[in-house]
Design a protein around this ligand. Structure first.
Ligand code: HEC
Length: 97
């Protein structure tokens, strides 16, 4: 517990993009996120990220959305895991700079 706050500060000071590794995000997303999007939209669920208009219009909003969704689904992800998933979604679908 004593280390939680300093650790959180270090993690939050990392730029989300730099911290995220798309290769690590892909399997996390497949496990926790895809099924519900498929149920809603069919196909492979990716229509959620390519629809128009999209909810998410910049990298910051994407990171926040991933964090909110992971909290809602009780994924129990650490901030760096959220960053991996955001990085993978960005690389694959959103392509924000
Ligand atoms: C229980 C169902 C469900 C689960 C599980 C779920 N989502 Fe979603 N997601 C939704 C719905 C519904 C929307 C559309 C919300 C809207 O249109 O207001 C959405 C939208 C999104 C969007 C925005 C798409 C856009 O328009 O740009 C992102 C990003 C996203 N989800 C990421 C995730 C991630 C990451 C996870 C896994 C941690 C996840 N979702 C898990 C139901 C779910």
């Amino acid at each position: 517990m004593r280390y939680a706050l300093p650790l959180l500060c270090i993690l939050m000071s990392l730029p989300a993009q730099a911290a995220g590794d798309p290769k690590l995000g892909k399997p996390l997303h497949a496990k926790q996120c895809v099924a519900c999007h498929v149920k809603l939209l069919g196909g492979d669920g990716s229509a959620m990220y390519t629809r128009k208009p999209r909810l998410i219009n910049d990298a910051r909003a994407l990171t926040q959305r991933v964090a909110a969704c992971s909290a809602q689904t009780n994924a129990g992800w650490f901030p760096e895991e959220e960053a991996h998933v955001a990085a993978w979604l960005n690389q694959t679908y959103y392509k924000f700079k």
